[in-house]
Write a protein that binds this ligand. Structure first.
Ligand code: UDP
Ligand code: MG
Length: 305
């Protein structure tokens, strides 16, 4: 019989893991495969780990990996993927926002020969502002990056062993899974589901962390922002030359005017701003290179079974 690994990143999920496990277990009876649960405790500070241990004691199919501190969801995903032994892997959140009821269908598609079965959610029940912001973000990102990133497509998906190995062969430190999933390609199947509100506990995403995540998405997949820097640099320099020329001609025809405070100041501010912006972009890339060259492990394991 084939094996299906279910990878669940958990960060402070004491209120939800048990519920998640109970519900998922029921649905897994419909999957004609051996099931392996890989819970990754991402340095939770609540009772998540003791709960996981208890579950592991009662069910041999439950495995857990616990990090020495919080390394972030991307690291947790990677750890789970590296640990998983199945012929296929399902990545799913612990908060039941990703309905486990979809897994039997995902498995069916996998057996039909698909390498990636992607669950796409609609955004019903989400805050209006967040929905709009996400919308704008996806439009922007898809303009900027080389891989196609679809709105509503999150991490919830099934990967075949082949797709998983491909993903694991990408060794970069700054991981932006949404982009990586899309980059590896393979035979993809999309299924849709209704957006779910979190059952218990709080979302770990603040506005700032969403903004950071969004920035990662743009920066980790291309160097177009650097291009933009070059082009606007050329544009502004040309504009500057024309401006100087006009002023000079004007000077010879009309003589000296009143000292141009306004133009001087605005030029300084504008150029200063643009320079800082692009310095920031360049710095951002250098920072990434710095992290990549350190070759630090993405996570540290404190204990596992
Ligand atoms: N998560 C994690 N590490 C983190 C933040 C989140 O492993 O640093 C897990 C979390 O436990 C959950 C999943 O990632 O299983 C999605 O997190 P959350 O529900 O907070 O995100 P949202 O659904 O709001 O996008
Ligand atoms: Mg959630």
């Amino acid at each position: 019989m084939k094996t299906l690994s279910i990878v669940i990143p958990c960060y402070n999920e004491e209120e939800t893991v048990q519920k998640f496990y109970d519900e998922t277990k029921q649905w897994m009876e419909k999957v004609p495969a051996d099931i392996e649960y890989v819970f990754v405790d991402d340095g939770s500070r609540d009772r998540t780990l003791p709960i996981l241990k208890e579950m592991a004691e009662q069910d041999d199919d439950v495995h857990y990996i616990s990090f020495s501190r919080n390394f972030g969801k991307e690291a947790a995903i990677l750890a789970g993927f590296q640990y998983a032994k199945g012929d296929a892997v399902v990545l799913i959140d612990a908060d039941l926002q990703h309905p486990p009821s979809l897994i039997p269908m995902m498995w069916k598609h996998f057996e039909d020969g698909y390498d990636q079965v992607i669950a796409k959610r609609n955004r019903a029940g989400e805050k209006f502002t967040r929905r709009k912001l996400t919308n704008v973000y996806y439009k922007l990102v898809n303009r900027l990056v080389e891989v196609e990133i679809t709105d509503g497509v999150g991490d919830f998906r099934l990967l075949s062993r082949q797709a998983l190995d491909a993903l694991l062969s990408l060794t970069e430190y700054n991981r932006f899974s949404k982009g990586l999933f899309s980059w590896i390609g393979f035979h993809e199947k999309m299924i849709e589901y209704e957006n779910q509100v979190r059952v218990e506990g709080a979302s770990k995403w603040s506005f700032a962390s969403l903004l950071n995540y969004g920035m990662d998405g743009i920066l980790s997949f291309n160097n177009k922002p650097l291009r933009i820097a070059i082009y606007s640099g050329i544009g502004i320099t040309m504009f500057g030359f024309i401006y100087i020329l006009i002023t000079l001609v004007n000077y010879f025809i009309n003589g000296v005017e009143t000292p141009g405070y306004f133009t001087t100041i605005s030029a300084i501010i504008l150029l200063g701003g643009i320079q800082l912006l692009f310095l920031g972009i360049i710095g951002e890339y250098i920072g990434r290179i710095y992290y990549e060259t350190k070759r630090r492990p993405q996570y540290l394991v404190k204990e596992k079974n």
